[in-house]
Design a protein around this ligand. Structure first.
Ligand code: CTP
Length: 402
């Protein structure tokens, strides 16, 4: 690691809070800076004094924030950190994070930050397994929050099961892994397209498709997490901007192409957008009126530019590693193999988007990666796991050719 890293540690309530002292010690020992926020519930288990002496810094709590907000507010606390770590992360703080509650210093700092977050959940097995906690975890991981643990074992409540906080050395290893990973694509520029495009028919109607943008946004998040300067060119979606990513919002395929060309040069480009293949041949300037009992004459459509193909043929502006998707409903591998060649890209991530697979708009994806060497079949994964795996493969490939 090139410079001293700084962690903002949030200690929430739970018997595992005593282990956070060991975590602070482990981080300080290797030279990682630690500043801590102690929640009121956390303060029932460890004292501010013990955290302060181990971290070598002031410990911030609600009382402090009331009196000193002007000096060291919640914004500044997270601004100074490279990573926010919540350990232990109780069911309560996970729920608050998932829903954007900000009613104390810890949750305010978590809501106000654009820094990466790692949580180490710790709770009773039934609280962990409750659908509410699992749903909250799903929301958090889909936003790029990293989770380490919990582990299975004897719990403080006398029960046995999942819920014990990961051991401090496991959390230190996860933090180090994050920092090392965070530098793998340093100095690289990644361009990602995502979402559908909207092709106007008249001022109120448009041609669209079922793409949610979840896969493309997850890929931008994963590439940024590996340290790439990332530009996300997104069609209309309801998704929030991924943290640390520069987002250009567009409507139509032609706008998307312009934005992509303006973002070049790029070391990596991943075209995950479901670009509309056609647009209305003549956008009506006013709302088209219906005439009772009369069918509408067929809309004349004209072909949209193919963004992936254009990037593939961009000569010395071509992205170094160009990756496309193939959305297929039949002959998935065969069609994807043809698309890789015809669009001039290096890899194609083929997926079956038949209605029955639930891939379009859903949270999971089954990928077949087609490259020059052949086909790699991935298991069914969440879209964020697909993104992480793709980002790792990209980093491996660029490191091997560097
Ligand atoms: N793509 C693109 N611009 C388009 C159409 C597609 O950049 N106008 C990209 C997609 O982002 C994807 C790849 O091309 O990476 C393949 O998209 P897909 O919808 O599977 O294929 P099409 O090229 O549209 O071909 P078809 O609809 O005939 O299968």
């Amino acid at each position: 690691m090139s410079e001293t890293k700084r962690v903002l540690l949030i200690v929430s309530g739970g018997i595992a809070a005593y282990k956070s002292l060991e975590l602070v010690r482990g981080l300080r020992k290797q030279g990682t800076g630690v500043r801590a926020i102690l929640t009121n519930a956390g303060a029932q288990f460890v004292t501010p004094m013990s955290l302060a002496s181990l971290s070598g810094d002031t410990v911030y709590d609600d009382l402090f924030s009331l009196t000193e907000e002007s000096g060291m507010g919640h914004i500044q606390l997270s601004r100074d950190a490279d990573l926010l770590v919540v350990a232990p992360a109780s069911a309560d703080i996970m729920a608050k994070m998932a829903h954007g509650l900000a009613n104390d210093l810890a949750t305010t700092a978590l809501l106000a930050t654009d820094k990466p977050i790692l949580i180490a959940p710790a709770m009773n097995v039934r609280m962990w397994e409750h659908p509410a906690t699992q749903a909250n975890l799903g929301v958090l991981t889909s936003r790029g929050v990293l989770a380490v643990g919990p582990e299975e074992g004897d719990l403080a409540c006398g029960e046995f099961g999942m819920g014990r906080m990961a051991e401090p050395e496991t959390i230190v290893a996860a933090i180090n892994g994050f920092f090392l990973n965070g530098e793998r694509l340093n100095g690289r520029h990644a361009l990602v397209t995502s979402g559908p495009t909207h092709e106007a028919i008249d001022p109120v109607r448009y041609i669209a498709n079922r793409s949610s943008g979840k896969q493309g946004h997850a890929i931008a998040t994963a590439l940024a997490a590996l340290g790439a300067r990332t530009t996300l060119v997104s069609g209309p979606t309801s998704l929030p901007d991924p943290p640390g990513v520069s987002v250009v919002r567009v409507q139509s395929a032609r706008d998307m192409l312009d934005a992509c060309e303006a973002a070049l040069p790029a070391d990596i480009a991943v075209c995950a957008a479901a670009v509309a293949d056609w647009r209305s041949a003549g956008e009506a300037p006013e709302k088209m009126k219906k005439t009772a009992g009369e069918a509408l004459a067929p809309l004349a459509l004209e072909e949209n530019p193919d963004i992936l193909r254009t990037l593939g043929a961009a000569g010395n502006r071509r992205p170094g590693l160009l990756i496309g998707f193939a959305a297929e409903t039949e002959n998935v591998i065969e069609n994807a193999t043809k698309k890789r060649i015809s669009k001039g890209c290096d890899w194609i991530l083929a997926n079956d988007v038949s209605q029955a697979t639930g891939t379009f708009g859903g949270d999971e994806n089954t990928i077949h990666l087609v490259d020059q060497a052949g086909v790699e079949n991935w298991p069914r994964l969440s879209k964020s796991a697909v993104a992480d795996r793709l980002a790792d493969r990209i980093a491996d490939t660029l490191e091997a050719t560097a």
